[in-house]
Design a protein around this ligand. Structure first.
Ligand code: PEP
Length: 285
């Protein structure tokens, strides 16, 4: 389905309440979709108890209010803290997301969380298919796609993660693996308004190692081509994030790469100085 063309800022807000940007002609020369702000996502993983997490949330809020960075900000706390952090950030420019959801809407799934429950806590986004979930919980592409579809049913933006292992990159298979994961994990009805893709090479997560600029550019260009092949010109408006050892030292270089529309940040999102430095590195668009 083609995205309708909004006529003014008010219509943009109605038609694109999540992405907040309108579909306009892409300028392939500049390597990004005009008007699409970069998105910086802090994945707090399984870190922090209530007091320190709320203290961090209040530092993040103060930073966003003082500096109004030129990007969209999202934090994904552990499930136990999502509601408290969402309340602490309510009315701020920082959105809150979950780190996972189930494929089903309800039922006998002890210990799991349905997408609607994530939304009920105040979230607008949910991460699905993070490599730590794929590794530790045996999640394959089909399951990840089903989780993203479940997120959509609950009105959430799904952040679909994928990326090759070290062995796959060393074997020269990174592009083949990413293409297969993208095809296999892409949710039914995926669109710029409900899906973000995060390329996270497994070997770069939490290791301090990152692909070269050329390697990131190649994978992001490939993902863009595949999504445009699937969605037509709407595919230019799907945000593509890079994740894996992003920090203050490399954020500006990574965020300047064509088709990098933001970053998914793990370790460096636990410290306000690092998260703020990454947000300050965003490209104003
Ligand atoms: C992540 O877990 O998604 C991640 C990118 O972690 P880190 O930034 O610590 O490499």
């Amino acid at each position: 389905m083609a995205i309708p063309e909004p006529r003014n800022r008010y219509q943009i807000m109605i038609l694109y309440p999540i992405t907040g940007f309108a579909p306009v002609a892409r300028n392939s020369e500049i390597g990004y979709y005009p008007g699409m702000r970069q998105l910086i996502v802090g994945n707090w993983k399984m870190n922090g108890l209530k007091a320190e997490s709320l203290a961090r949330a209040s530092e993040f809020r103060a930073f966003a209010e003082a500096e109004k960075p030129a990007c969209d900000l999202l934090v994904c706390p552990p499930a136990t803290l999502v509601e408290a952090v969402a309340k602490a950030l309510a009315g701020s420019a920082i959105a809150v997301g979950g780190q996972d959801c189930h494929t089903e809407d309800k039922g006998a799934f002890t210990g799991d969380i349905a997408a609607a429950m994530v939304g009920d806590l105040g979230c607008r986004y949910v991460i699905v298919g993070h490599s730590e979930r794929r590794r530790d919980h045996g999640e394959n592409d089909t399951r990840v796609g089903a989780k993203a579809t479940a997120a959509h049913r609950a009105g959430l933006m799904a952040i679909v993660c994928l990326g090759e292992s070290a062995a796959e990159r060393d074997a020269g298979r990174a592009e083949t693996v990413v293409a297969a994961q993208l095809e296999g994990s892409w949710p039914q009805g995926g669109s710029p308004a409900n899906t973000v893709v995060a390329y996270e090479p497994v070997w770069a997560i939490g290791t301090g190692r990152t692909p070269t600029v050329a390697e990131i550019a190649a994978i992001h260009g490939l993902m863009r081509t595949l999504i445009v092949a699937r969605l037509g010109s709407d595919g230019h408006a799907v945000r593509l994030l890079y994740g894996g050892s992003v920090g203050p030292r490399n954020a500006a270089e990574i965020l300047a790469i064509p088709n990098v529309d933001g970053a998914l940040v793990g370790g460096a999102s636990l410290k306000i100085e690092d998260f703020a430095a990454i947000a300050r590195s965003c490209q104003a668009r």
